[in-house]
Design a protein around this ligand. Structure first.
Ligand code: PEP
Ligand code: MG
Length: 301
């Protein structure tokens, strides 16, 4: 089990080794693109990715998510048509594929960091295998242009239920998955993740979301691929034994939470976590999941 960091800039990357992080499980690359009048050049992006890779070093994973904007998060320099349902509109990988120059430039910059860390690229909000293949081919084309010797793993975020359901098929073609439970919860329960009136419903510890996590892990492991969780639930102490028991291979959390989450992983046996996971998968409601976790915690004392 690896415990890695979610980061949104180069300064945070410097802190990862000191907190005992095994790497970066989610670099939210949006920070390079937001609040500016024009796209960042390949040189500027390359400088930032290389600095982050050097901070991590050749022994640690660095998972870079390609630009995840569109819909509710507009880019100042990119005119996007208004949409009635932005969360179901042109966001994430859909925008990457509409504006392929932005993706190709970003990928070129990311690949320049390959010599310095164990580089991984993943795409956000993938719903279909076609989308994954198109984006992967852009990475492969850019990699080919750089010649031999560039090592990179290519994966996707599992944030849309369709990708979880077809995890076994995605796993034949992808190197790894990272489950974005914030969006996976939103799309599974049809709950706007930003709506405070629905905040109580928006929990990844809902049995429907946990079943999708289970399907994702089984699909990945069936093909010998690994699965991380990078949504907020990975940093919730109560969720950690459930995710461990479901067979998740990596938890990606805020840098400062790494020691606490590592300690929680070490506190319980895998057999006991598996037992808990089997029980919560049989629950009917999120409240039942919470009650089962509480009961299990009592027994672990
Ligand atoms: C997620 O959706 O769980 C995730 C990690 O991505 P973001 O929160 O950046 O949408
Ligand atoms: Mg997301």
């Amino acid at each position: 089990m690896k415990v890695v960091a979610n980061i949104g800039g180069a300064a945070e990357a410097d802190e990862v080794p000191g907190y005992g992080g095994d790497g970066v499980g989610l670099l939210r690359s949006e920070f390079l693109f937001l609040q500016r009048p024009e796209a960042p050049s390949v040189e500027e992006q390359s400088g930032v990715y290389t600095a982050i890779a050097k901070a991590l070093g050749p022994e640690r994973d660095m998972v870079v998510r390609t630009l995840d904007v569109g819909g509710d998060k507009p880019l100042a320099y990119l005119p996007l048509p208004r949409e009635d349902n932005p969360f179901l509109g042109v966001r994430g990988i859909r925008l990457n594929l509409v504006d392929r120059d932005i993706l190709a430039t970003q990928v070129r910059a990311i690949l320049s960091a390959a010599p310095h860390a164990r580089l991984h690229i993943m795409f956000p909000m993938v719903a279909t295998l076609d989308e994954f293949r198109e984006a992967r081919d852009i990475v492969l084309r850019e990699k080919e242009k750089l010649g031999s010797g560039v090592e990179v793993k290519i994966g996707l975020m599992i944030e849309v239920p369709s990708a979880a359901v077809l995890a076994g098929r995605f796993a034949k073609e992808a190197d790894f998955f990272s489950i974005g439970t914030n969006d996976l919860t939103q799309y599974t329960l049809a709950v706007d993740r930003a709506n405070p009136r629905l905040a109580r419903m928006a929990t990844a510890l809902d049995p429907a979301v946990l079943s999708l996590v289970d399907m994702t892990v089984k699909g990945a492991h069936g093909e010998g691929k690994w699965v991380g969780v990078c949504g907020g639930v990975a940093g919730e102490l109560d969720a950690v034994p459930v995710l461990v028991g479901l067979g998740v291979d990596e938890l990606s959390v805020a840098v400062s939470a790494i020691p606490l989450i590592k300690a929680e992983v070490r506190r319980h046996s895998l057999a006991s976590c598996r037992d808990l996971a089997a029980r919560v998968l049989g629950a009917g409601t999120a409240a039942e999941v919470s009650a089962l976790i509480a009961q299990w915690r009592e027994a672990e004392k």
